[in-house]
Design a protein around this ligand. Sequence first.
Ligand code: MRU
Length: 337
Amino acid sequence: MLPPTLKWEGDALRLLDQRALPLETKYRICRDYEEVAAAIEDMTVRGAPAIGVAAAYGLALAEREGEFAQAAKRLAATRPTAVNLFWAIKRMEETRAAHENEKNLAELLALEAAKIHEEDAEINKSIGRYGAALLPDECAAITHCNAGALATAGYGTALGVFRAAAEAGKKLKIYADETRPRLQGASLTAYELMADGLDVTVITDSMAAFLMSRTKIDVVITGADRVAANGDAANKIGTYGLAIAAKHHGVPFYVAAPLSTFDVKCPCGAEIPIEERAEDEVRKIGGQYITPPDVKVWNPAFDVTPSELIAGIITERGVIRAPYKENIEKIFPGGNA
Ligand code: MRU
């Protein structure tokens, strides 16, 4: 059984320490918003929806100390790309504004955070059902990074599609890209799928194109950190290359993402802020340098897949296909500002 990603304990948030997986299962206790912010920054908790849920609980903790406004600012500065973080902060701000004069505001905010938490797991199940219908009864698939229960409040987006397909009796063979530099595929996706008894094989990122040339791959499915108004999608670095390889080999490339990952104020992928992380994430593996310690490094944490490479975006309300701009507009008629 997979341990829960986040646990709310009334006066603290417990986060499954994803940096220690798969070797160790331990929780980090966050008693104030600063501890939650630090845990998002150092990737104790990661994955767009999970970051949003963690930030919501962080704001509930902050309200008790009368520090809601500072906390909203601090949490918004932790990771720039995943829009779910900003979505969750905004939802908590709106909740606070609606109940500003009530005595039990901190409790109400904790309830709202718990609601976001519960809703996310339900949303993923719906994404799973729509996605599973796209897969053949015997399906070989590739995924990148970890868009699973560990990256969400439970069940997962891309991995939720595989879970739902397996629950529907489909036979799956899933290849997980290891996902340099932080190896979320090798450590988290492999662990998560094995915990559920799914057939998973790890490949290095550079093997995916060759795999498609040698084996029949039916589908590639990844998550997303932000989907722009024209359907361009930011996700873990390496996703773009995988989508190009999929196009070349005639393999449909799908993105699985909740509507909270859409940023319709952002017109296209070029406008999505891309996080750049510490150079040592590339220079070191397992704490040891694998490069000259002072070599220059470029370490963008995400890339952007242009919508023309995307066969469909699987959401909790169905699969959005091209023309993306028009079809996304239909779902967010007044924008999601
Ligand atoms: O840097 P991470 O591990 O937070 O990046 C995670 C991803 O890129 C996921 O694919 C994305 O957040 C979707 S999670 C359902």
